[in-house]
Design a protein around this ligand. Sequence first.
Ligand code: SAM
Length: 220
Amino acid sequence: MISALSLNTHTASWWRRFEDDPGRKDTVRWKPPNTADQADRLTPPPIRRQDVNLPGMSTETPTFTFRPIGIVHSPYATAQEVPKGLGAEHRAEGTIEIFPEFADGLLDIEGFSHLFVLWVFDRSPWTGELVGTPPTDDRPHGVFATRSPRRPNPLGLTVVELLRREGGILHLRGVDMLDGTPVLDLKPYLSGIPAEQLRRGWLAAAEERAAGATPGSTQP
Ligand SMILES: C[S@@+](CC[C@H](N)C(=O)[O-])C[C@H]1O[C@@H](n2cnc3c(N)ncnc32)[C@H](O)[C@@H]1O
């Protein structure tokens, strides 16, 4: 059942105006800058312990409420069915059903070949662990250096190919979401970063090790 989702995040506290006064102990709530000069002074403040939302810890962190704009229909009923590991390909087809009250927002979307889909890991509660070993490696990595479904804010991000649109139904290729996954937003995918400028971090090293272990293959 889809309901409004309340996502607790300290993103807003990152986006605050930081006073220049070095003696100042606290930060000030972000205000829109009046001038370019003021905009230059927007600096991420240091992360404070009270900004980190750990289970059982009281916090004044702001909470944001999102509601789904639609739902994923995919061939995957359980997490075990979704291809995983090095070299895993996501070619599965599925649909996103945009709820009627948001369908006007799809105007002109069919001109884009690929979309970003922002969605909710609604079946992976966060355990509080910030470091874990993903199925693509045998070494631990920080949650923000992985695409783990278990994260402080359970947001999923998938790039899909838009095959066609039928009214409020988007037909897609490349879904990795479970059937019934709530969708929060869609945006056109536009990547201007040349492939040679992309660094793949620990994943590239894991792929090299796997290729060395099994010559000619990057499959796990
Ligand atoms: C590695 S995550 C990556 C998802 C997305 N591409 C991302 O980067 O945020 C993909 C895994 O999420 C899990 N998953 C998919 N839909 C989910 C859902 N609604 N709730 C919890 N886990 C889900 C599946 O086990 C799948 O293998």
